[in-house]
Design a protein around this ligand. Sequence first.
Ligand SMILES: Nc1ncnc2c1ncn2[C@@H]1O[C@H](COP(=O)(O)OP(=O)(O)OP(=O)(O)O)[C@@H](O)[C@H]1O
Ligand SMILES: [Mg+2]
Length: 497
Amino acid sequence: MTSAIDWSEYQGREIEFVKDVLGFSLTPDQERATRHIWQNPETNIPSCHGAGKTFLCAVNVFCAVFVWDMQVVTTAPTARQVKLLLWKEINAIYSGCVRRGVELGGTIYKIPRMDKGSRAAAAVGYTGSDDNAFQGVHHPKGVLIIIDEACGIGGDIDEAAQACTTDASKDRIVRVGNPVKKGTAFEKACDQTSTPISAWTQPNIQPYYDRHPDGIHRLKPEYADPAKLRSLKPIIAGGITPQWIERMRVRYMENSLFWKTRIEGVFPTENTDQLVTGAMCQLSRSDGSAMLAKMKERGIEMSRCRRFVGMDPGDGGDATAIVEILEYEHGGKSDRPPGSLEYWIQAASEVEGLHDGLETARLLDLLQIRMSGMVRGAIDRTGIGTGLYKDSLLEGLDVSGVYVGGRARDSGAFLNLRAEGFWQIRILMAQGLLHVPPWVSDRLDEELCAIAYLESEASHKIQMELKAKTKQKLKRSPNLADALMLAIVRAMEVEEG
Ligand SMILES: Nc1ncnc2c1ncn2[C@@H]1O[C@H](COP(=O)(O)OP(=O)(O)OP(=O)(O)O)[C@@H](O)[C@H]1O
Ligand SMILES: [Mg+2]
């Protein structure tokens, strides 16, 4: 153990300590937050992804231990987050000092612990579910509690943390995280005091974006070209980048739940968001003539286009829906840019369940009629669909039995196939690439607009709300929407080969 060095001359000059001793320049937002931490008992930082929140916590742990001789407890929802996020940064900063020959006068251990030589000042890391983390934590020079990924920390743990920081003259509590969930202890704390950080002030982002009159930030025209965008280099390696923001703009869309929480850095007004908005429905209302005109221009016959049918068989007397879509593919198959597939609803109908024991046979008839010609089908394989799927295979139909709760193709982003299929509908409609004829739009739009999506708690993947909730709002089952989703899932399957 090395002997303690007195760094107290940096009290009130923590930003200089970070620069002179630790060797880092903070971003303007990190400087603002650091000043707030050392001037106030409580600092809450809801922020965009990759703004350097965890890094900010790490440097302030050094300030607390070495400059202020305080006791620090850091926490995050999981042990992995404690070790791999904040303490990884702390370790890296410490090793950086050693490499540069700066003697801090302290020791760092593997167990998440760092202390200051002979003095009692120390920082330790605990997992947020550990009830004992904050028990008996007090220190004559003050206590700093750091809560990283604060949206994942429960109210009881947050209260325990607050109970250790009762002396406003020297104790400090800092909560940082993406504001991903309403109703959390983090949100309540942010209602009291908040030092937010959005993507738009980040050094990696700020030079390249303009705020438009609709409140949305977009790339300045001179950077919008894909090659130009690719060439932009980050000032802070590992921080948020324009390339990431633009990918997220396509994947989640502006003003989505994801956009608000990860890019704007603000809490959502609800924990769910509408899958499809009225504006998207408006954009998608079409008799298909525009798509037909484009096809004609390129000399593409409708008979050469792929067709997909989705069937959502009604269980227990519920109605069965069947939807057929026609696919138009712009350009060649290789290197297909996003947005080059377009769909037009050709048929959509519902048949009432009859409870007559002949359900499967009747539905098979219906499917056979719809699937004559080169049509590919998809059936929801659960419930009554199980038998129907088997029978349709025996009849030689080209159908897929879709288990909508099964693994998504992009399983990193979507909880299941249902979420992925519905998300594809959202993206197509937002771009006007799904043509919904007027004879079906009233009913289908109503269904699609009633569906809400959310982020799954643990994995942050996109999921659709439970169907029971949609049914409650609609006062019926979103059968047509489900059938359309199945047709789209089949189209995606074919795309992948
Ligand atoms: N001022 C800085 N100087 C040098 N590197 C920095 C600075 N701020 C952040 N970084 C680096 O940028 C990367 C992203 O920072 P960090 O992980 O702290 O962001 P975050 O806001 O916690 O991200 P997330 O939203 O994923 O939790 C890290 O590799 C970190 O070391
Ligand atoms: Mg972080």
